[in-house]
Design a protein around this ligand. Sequence first.
Ligand SMILES: [Cu+2]
Length: 177
Amino acid sequence: MKLYRLVTLAIAAAPLIYVPVTAQTGTGKPAAGGTQTAKPAPAGAAAAKGAVRTIDIVGTDQMKYDLTEIPAKRGEQLRIRLTSKGTMPKIAMAHNWVLLKLGTSQVKFITAGAQSRQTDFIPEEMKGQVIAKTALAGAGETVEVTFKAPGAAGKYPYVCTFPGHFQAGMRGTLNVN
Ligand SMILES: [Cu+2]
């Protein structure tokens, strides 16, 4: 019976750990506090008409993304899928993924939005700086956004706007080439 239950559990858990082939970006589990770099899309994959490349990111109670660098092709269709893992209630711990235009003052953006819970901590006066954003995900939730990568090469910053998280290092770079 015990074995049977284990197998049942494994099957039940399978969809949770399923990752599409195109999203197998990491190199296994990140080292504690370490960072990972997504592998570039396979040659030609992004060229297929309408193809969307999905990138899975995990946000944790340690206020970190498990991916801090995402290579992308200019104009590529990307789907960022962010899952929040942790135990804290959403009011105290939630994560989003907000891609900003080149040249945006990230500190200014984060500071200006810190009081704006009603806009997911995105400052109204600087929302024009946002290229793409997800909603906030509490523990166990997954949010996503599909967008076209910028047409100009550059290192575009992405941040979590939940108060304190940017300062704790919850940020990364979309490296468009
Ligand atoms: Cu966060």
